[in-house]
Ligand binder design. Structure first.
Ligand SMILES: Cc1cc2nc3c(=O)[nH]c(=O)nc-3n(C[C@H](O)[C@H](O)[C@H](O)COP(=O)(O)OP(=O)(O)OC[C@H]3O[C@@H](n4cnc5c(N)ncnc54)[C@H](O)[C@@H]3O)c2cc1C
Length: 401
């Protein structure tokens, strides 16, 4: 057991509340600080939790609340040039769970509050200073807070990452912008089926929306990166026109775009990935979630890995006596897993990028997909079957797994 009794957790997204809950189970009192005033501010769209993410939520007692509001997806199909190829899943594995991002944040924060975690809103971290006995953080409103450790769960544009290492890399633009909406049209697919479609000019995916219609997401090729704020300054009707042109020659892309309303378009801005972050911790500061490892959205694992890391960090702090050794144990447990998953996703991502390069890479993508189709146990098995044994003790030199 470390000397750690209290923790400041920066970020009330996914990794933050889960870290606070898991730290609580490890006997460490955490307070979560979130920069926005409420949980749904600036948020939209859905994300898919993989079985490993849901398994990690079980450790903090949040799995049932999340699965009860989720849309289960148990069939995956890839569509290229009019051909539909069923991608076999893992035998006996639970479905993917699609949740609204704002609902997920709310449920996790509610669960944290119910177990006694304090969550403070409107607190944007701007600085942190280590003292002999702890760490003191300063917020944009001028207030401060102190604790034994600081956990940066502040997402892909993390401030804590910069405080740990001013030379840390920035996120990289993947060459696509994200959009999502629900089309009024119904597709002729079984409920619980998600289709990953490679259109003539861009990638998109869709699945039946419970209650009617078809929910879709697109990765719109775009040369220039755009922040979410910049992308939202463009009128939705203009984006809708661009999407109708881009997907106008695709079936069913064209129909999906034509039967969707610009008013309901969710604009996510540039999709980004984190290159490997050299330093995950320094002194009393440590990173979890996207702040440390944001794989491309092609992995379908960003949120699930964020949850896993939050739980594993708490296990390490529970069992390893000093903070640097606990953080080193945490990094040893996590780095190879998250970087392997990020590398697999990056290969798929290339094929979604626009232009001739992507077309040339299509055979590679097909090969990757076929490999998955032939042997899902080998490709996605280690990702999705991963279950954290909370009770297993962590030593300063844990075995890699
Ligand atoms: C369009 C899109 C689709 C995606 N789809 C999927 C998917 O299907 N499956 C999947 O697993 N993943 C998906 N992801 C990735 C997933 O969203 C992330 O991996 C996940 O949100 C990471 O959780 P996090 O808690 O680390 O960061 P976040 O969810 O980004 O939360 C960070 C929190 O920190 C707060 N914050 C930031 N800076 C500060 C500060 N200075 N002070 C205080 N608070 C701060 C933010 O406001 C935010 O609430 C998708 C991402 C995008 C963009």
């Amino acid at each position: 057991m470390t000397e750690v009794k209290t923790a400041i957790v920066i970020g009330g997204g996914i990794a933050g509340p889960v870290a606070a809950l898991a730290l609580g189970r490890a006997g460490i009192e955490a307070t979560v600080y979130e920069r926005y005033q409420n949980t749904a501010e600036g948020l939209g769209g859905t994300l898919a939790l993989a079985p490993n993410g849901v398994a990690a939520l079980r450790v903090v007692g949040a799995d049932e609340a999340v699965t009860s509001m989720a849309t289960p997806i148990s069939r995956q199909v890839m569509a290229v040039g009019g051909k539909r190829i069923a991608l076999p899943g893992l035998a006996g594995a639970p479905p993917l769970r699609i949740v609204h991002r704002s609902d997920l944040y709310r449920v996790l924060q509610d669960r944290a509050v119910a177990t006694g975690v304090a969550v403070e809103y409107g607190k944007r971290l701007v600085d942190a200073q280590e003292t002999a006995s702890g760490v003191t953080v300063r917020f944009a409103d001028g207030s401060t807070a102190s604790a034994d450790i600081l956990v940066g769960a502040d997402g892909i544009r993390s401030t804590v990452r910069r405080l740990i290492d001013p030379n840390a890399p920035d996120p990289k633009f993947t060459g696509v912008l994200g959009f999502e909406a629900v089309a009024r049209t119904e597709m002729d697919v079984e409920p619980g089926t998600i289709t990953f479609a490679f259109g003539k000019r861009g990638y998109y995916l869709y699945w039946p929306e419970p209650g009617g219609g078809t929910r879709w997401g697109v990765n719109l090729p775009q040369e220039r990166p755009m922040t979410i704020a910049e992308a939202r300054e463009v009128p939705s009707a203009d984006w809708m026109r661009t999407l109708r042109t881009t997907y106008g020659d695709d079936d069913p892309g064209r129909e999906l775009m034509l039967t969707s309303s610009a008013d309901e378009l969710q604009v996510a801005g540039s999709l980004q990935i984190m290159p490997p972050v050299p330093h995950w911790h320094r002194g009393r500061l440590v990173l979890v979630g996207d702040a440390a490892h944001a794989p491309s959205n092609s992995s379908g694992q960003g949120a699930s890995l964020a949850i896993e890391s939050a739980v594993q960090l708490a296990r390490c702090l529970r069992d390893v006596t000093d903070i640097p050794s606990a953080y080193a144990a945490f990094e040893r447990l996590r780095r190879s897993r998250v970087e392997k998953i990020a590398a697999r996703a990056a290969r798929i991502n290339h094929a979604k990028a626009p232009g001739a390069v992507a077309r040339a890479l299509m055979p590679l993508l097909m090969q990757l997909m076929m490999k998955t189709a032939m042997n899902p146990e080998k490709t996605i098995g280690p990702e999705q079957r991963y279950v954290i044994d909370w009770d297993a003790p962590v030593t300063a030199e844990p075995a890699l797994r």
